[in-house]
Structure formats: C-alpha cells, structure tokens
Design a protein. Structure first.
Length: 225
C-alpha cells in the first residue's frame, strides 16, 4: 500500500484530505503538533525536530509515495500593527515548513524511483493578496513559487508537484469572519466551500490519471476571482 503523509491532519482541510486519501486506498500517516490520535507529532517550523522524526519514520517504514503539505498558521493584523513575531511565526510555519518537511522525504522518493505526488496547500490569499494578511499572503505566495520550481526539478523523476489554493472554506478560520453573509455575496457561488470539496481536488492529483499534471495551481474558490 502506498504511504502518504498529510501534515496538519487533526482537523479541517487536513483531516478531510486524510480521510479521502484513506478511502482512496492509501496508507495515510497523520500529523499534528500536539494533538492526540495522530501518527506523528512535531512542529514543522522546527527544522531539526522535523528532520529527526521523518528520518526515523522513513527508516522504520520506508519512503513515502506522497506528501500533502497542509499544516499552517495565521496571525492576521493590518500591516502597521503587524509585529515581527507574527510575521516570523507565519512565514516560518507556512513557508519554511515546506522545506523542513520535504527535505528529508524527497531524496528517499528519488532513490527508490517512486513516481510520487507532492501537493501543497496555498490559498486565494497567496494569489491575489488579502487585507490584514500580508504575512499569510506572502507565505502562501511563496509556496506557489516553491511548488513551481520543485516541479521542474522533479518532473524527470516522474514526481508531480502541485498546489491547491482554497478560497473561503468552512473551517474554524472561516468561523471567525465577522460578516460572513457579506463575504458570501462577494463569492459568485454565494457560499463558502467545504473541506470535502478541497479534499476531492487533492484526491484527483493523487490518481494515476493525474500523472501528467504538474507545476499547477488549482483554485477551489467558488469563482472568487
């Protein structure tokens, strides 16, 4: 059975992705920082801890077929009051975490000639920017750049690398929106998306039929832009 790591999979989009890929027949390895009931626990912003846990896991169970980079944080504020620690926390987790997680995993995939899948969760904020999210938008835009570059490097190995960019999805983050009905009116489909709809796109990218899809950013946003 093909192993897939889904980071940040204790809730929200990550949990839905893990459930969908498991239903698709993959052996899903779940991850969170502290939550109980997951397979691996580490902070993706901590490079050494991430490397140690993942190298030990690969040594014990073999290389992964795929990775879904979903774990992330947000710390929103207008730029004039955006403190340095808020910038660092978001960028270190959402963008640098991309490197920290993939660095121990890509070479084993290559060495074992695994024609695998890498999917990173970006955001509509990374494509068009969003008020009060300069740090988050920067990190999510950086993920898109990293995906496009890594896809070129790994294409000849048969490893696809893509990004999925959700719009406003019904998660805990969306629950904090002050005027949800006003936001919905700005979305052509007049509703928020579901975690299952995002998971379905990730699922497609893991199919055999998607082996020629790489270096792409697929938006799931109800026509928001």
């Amino acid at each position: 059975m093909k192993r897939v790591l889904v980071t940040g999979s204790s809730r929200g989009i990550g949990k839905a992705v893990a459930e969908r890929l498991r239903a698709d027949g993959f052996e899903v390895v779940t991850h969170a920082v502290k939550s109980e009931g997951v397979d691996l626990r580490f902070d993706i912003a901590d490079r050494e801890a991430t490397r140690r846990v993942l190298e030990e896991d690969v040594a014990a169970h073999g290389p992964y077929f795929g990775v879904v980079l979903n774990a992330g944080v947000a710390a929103d504020a207008p730029f004039p009051v955006l403190e340095g620690d808020m910038w660092d926390r978001v960028v270190d987790t959402d963008l640098t975490g991309f490197y920290n997680v993939l660095k121990p995993l890509v070479m084993p995939m290559i060495s074992n000639r695994i024609r695998g899948r890498i999917v990173a969760l970006s955001s509509v904020s990374g494509l068009v920017g969003n008020r009060g999210q300069v740090n988050y938008s920067a990190a999510k835009a950086g993920i898109i750049g990293a995906v496009k570059a890594l896809a070129v490097e790994l294409a000849k190995r048969g490893i696809t690398v893509n990004a999925v960019a959700p719009g406003v999805i019904e998660t805990e983050m969306a629950a904090s929106i002050e005027e949800p009905e006003l936001v919905k009116r700005a979305i052509p489909m007049r509703r928020f998306g579901t975690v299952e709809e995002v998971a379905a796109v990730v699922s497609f990218l893991f199919r055999d039929e998607a082996a020629y899809v790489t270096r792409q950013v697929i938006s799931v946003n109800g026509g928001l832009f």
